[in-house]
Design a protein around this ligand. Structure first.
Ligand code: AMP
Ligand code: GLY
Length: 422
């Protein structure tokens, strides 16, 4: 099979690495890819949001299967674009339809879906500029922390958690006034939940599903989960607190009602569902749905997945997901992300990366890297994901930290406390 993978992060390098182990893979193209995906195939200088250019690449390179890493093209309807085009209709594409991608693309849509199907999630109300005064009055009835969420995609920045009611009111007004552009023309106000978060992934054809290994990511820049939110500073799989009892509740109350809900509403969904969950007093709640794999979770989930990912995705597209087994390694995995100094605020690019060849016993996934004049240089905030295995996540983290010291670039920063709360 000839594959086109869309995206350019550590997640996409992990996809490329996993796909390249499949005997069914003939050729892999990644658009736009990074310095890691080029080790497994050909990078194409195309934006993953440029559907016309993607179509032309699919035809030129005789692509059989398209895999979409990030949420934006999915929410913008790349699945429907393929199905509506006579030349592309026969090409397999893994992803939800535009309608179903609203589970990630609109927090209000996701909330209503969960309500219809009795799926546990925080209580909420939604407001627009027209109902601002009702929103402000509603906030008066709430006890901080107040959770405000831009309805639409806001590059991971659209959620505010505020300890002060007056500040929350100002922020609600600012959001409805366009703080996050059209993404915050509707704002969801949500009950604050306190507990440990974890990430559950499934592949689904909209009727059957298969679970992938469970993970937990670390989003804050600072040790002890302090400071600004980032795209993700590390992850572990499996998180030990997600035991059989909790997973049983997740499956019965969340995963199955979600997949059955898709089927009942005849929503077309042939792809990944990422359930962002939180455990509160032993009970799981949905914080958010994503219609794609997580980053950096993918960098620990795929290394622990035993089965052939490409085989699973073909079966998914053929509607035969019920017949596949997704095996899981008993060893734990952890990833530590090396980021550029200053990230998630302003940072510099183009710093030479050294020491990769001296690393041992870890998988090195590139995120923000590129080749320039024959040298590997930094090209983003998150630069490298270092994934290791161990008998438990502590052992895996320790191994990744050894290699985090070996790899170097000007301004390198990483968290050495991944898994600290487990
Ligand atoms: P989201 O984009 O919905 O995943 O939200 C980003 C982050 O905000 C989550 O990973 C949580 O850490 C936090 N968060 C979101 N919703 C809530 C909530 N209802 N209660 C507590 N924390 C939340
Ligand atoms: N790791 C969280 C995300 O990918 O959204």
């Amino acid at each position: 099979m000839r594959i086109l993978l869309l995206g350019s992060g550590g997640r996409e390098h992990a996809f490329a690495w996993k796909l390249s182990q499949s005997p069914r893979l003939d050729a892999l193209f990644t658009a736009p890819g990074n310095g890691g995906t080029s080790q497994h195939g050909t990078n194409l200088a195309i934006s993953y949001n440029d559907f016309e250019a993607i179509k032309s690449a699919v035809l030129t390179h005789q692509i059989d299967l398209v895999i979409v890493g990030p949420e934006e093209p999915l929410v913008n309807g790349i699945y429907d674009y393929f199905k509506a085009d006579a030349q592309l209709a026969g090409v397999r594409i893994i992803g939800p339809s535009k309608e179903a991608a609203q589970l990630e693309g609109s927090k209000a849509y996701a909330k209503k879906f969960m309500q219809r199907h009795g799926i546990p999630t925080a209580a909420y109300r939604e407001f627009t500029a027209d109902t601002l005064s009702e929103g402000l009055a509603y906030l008066d009835t709430q006890t901080p922390p107040i959770v405000l969420k831009a309805d639409g995609l806001a590059a991971g920045k659209g959620v505010l958690i505020l300890d002060d009611l007056a500040v929350a009111k100002k922020e609600l007004e600012a959001m409805l006034g366009g703080k996050f552009g059209a993404a915050s023309s509707t704002v969801v106000v949500e009950q604050f939940l306190k507990g440990l978060e974890f990430s559950v992934f499934v592949v689904t054809d909209g009727k059957d599903y298969q679970l992938l290994p469970v993970a937990k990511d670390y989003k804050r820049i600072g040790e002890g989960d302090t400071g600004l939110n980032t795209g993700g500073m590390g992850a572990v799989s499996p998180p030990p607190f997600v035991d059989e009892v909790l997973m049983d509740k997740v499956i019965k109350r969340i995963v199955e009602p979600t997949v059955n809900g898709l089927a009942a509403e005849e929503l077309i969904y042939k792809g990944f569902i990422f359930f962002g969950l939180i455990e509160v007093g032993g009970e799981p709640y949905v914080i958010e749905y994503n219609c794609r794999m997580g980053d950096p979770e993918t960098e620990v989930v795929f290394p622990r997945m035993e089965s052939d990912l490409l085989e699973v995705l073909v079966k998914l597209d053929d509607g035969e997901l019920g017949t596949v087994e997704v095996g899981e390694q008993v060893e734990a995995a952890a990833t530590v992300i090396l980021v550029s100094g200053g990230y998630p605020q302003a940072y510099e690019k183009g710093k030479v990366i050294s020491g990769l060849e001296a690393t041992e016993d870890s998988l090195i996934f590139h995120a923000g890297t590129k080749m320039a004049d024959g040298q590997l240089v930094t090209n983003g905030g998150r630069v490298i994901a270092i994934t290791s295995f161990g008998l438990d996540f502590q052992e895996a983290v320790a191994q990744s930290l050894k290699n985090a010291a070996t790899i170097d670039f000007d301004g390198k920063y990483f968290r050495s406390d991944i898994g600290f709360d487990l």
